[in-house]
Design a protein around this ligand. Sequence first.
Ligand code: ACO
Length: 391
Amino acid sequence: ENGDAGVEVARSLRILDNGFQHTACMESSITFIDGKRGALRYRDVAIQDLFHEYVYEDVMHLIVWGALPSSEQKDEARIAMGQAAVPPKSVVDVISAFPRDSDTFPMILAGLSAFAASDKIISATRHQQKPMFHGHLEVADQAIMRTISYLATTIALIYCHKNAKPFAQPETGRSLLGNLLLMLGIADPEVEKCLNKLWILYADHEMTNSTAAVLHAASTLTDPTSALIAGIVSGYGPLHGGAIDLAYEAFRQIGTPENVPRFIEGVKRNKARLFGYGHRVYKTRDPRLSLIEELMAAHQDAVDSNPLLRVAMAIDKAAKEDGYFVERGVKANADLMGCFLYTAMGFDTDMITAITILSRAPGVMAHWRESLVQPVKLWRPQQIYVAPLPN
Ligand code: ACO
């Protein structure tokens, strides 16, 4: 008899949780982070084990489908993803319509939209009622593989268009990474070997801002390509993946390690942000950093040839020793350090954030898939209305 009153009480309970620092929005079995101990596990396997024993393609399957793949499963996914990666003319036309010096991220949104506009499988996932997915995730899985491939092709088309390079068509016998490098025209096996490890570290990171944006959109039962677009919009914001571009800009402005102390004092005095530093979850060392250092050691000469790295290392040393950063637990984040591998391998800084977001795409798609088998509940946070002050 108290049913209605109970609903009333539940609906009137409002918690103002600025930045959602204390609010969980999902139950998930994909990724576990212990930010105090510095541990990271995908599907309950430690990141260190995955990094040392597997390549990205295996980890992609593990994250999205919950198990390491058989060779048949790998082949099937390669065929589906390779076919989906071939761009229709409408997508090529959309990308080539942009001036070559356009901002990369709006181009990505346009390319993904052009792919989705003519894909019946993608729109089917939007029109299918969620309970119908139960036990029948074949269409969803097709849509996931297509969405990831669409992002890879869009990034490659943008890179080729901006650099006036020919675009090579993807092939069905290659992995996602193999096809990306083919489309970009990069034929160096060392680059593929290095990215096969680096991408494992970025494949998922539980409820990041962009993953939450994907899930927020997904709660309306939208399709995965549209949900990914929402995630990418979050992903390139300056406090998230876009921090890397700003960090590089700062390194360039600082110029030499001798200018670092003055820069650090400026950050402290103005309470400015040191981009590429700080993390909501890790207050101890990010466990991925030691694995990135292993990769950097294996490519030491190429990494050292980057003059910006000397500036970055001087900042890192200063931040490690300075009480301001130590007390607040502000440390370099893994995305920043991974960038030095990309620059060492010859990637333009302009494309690094985009490629890092691609390496995360299977992770966010795993979350989208997981949301299909949880009870349907539209995400609709509350606000606290505050009356305007009288004039
Ligand atoms: N530079 C300088 N000071 C910082 C930094 C930083 N990068 N990060 C945090 N702090 C300071 C804050 O000023 C604050 O100090 P105060 O207590 O004196 O006010 C304290 O540390 C706590 O910071 P918050 O902003 O409350 O921490 P939050 O968990 O909200 O922020 C965030 C996390 C947004 C990542 C923050 O560290 C930041 O802005 N970093 C710079 C942007 C960046 O590199 N983002 C990439 C994150 S990784 C990724 O998304 C791929």
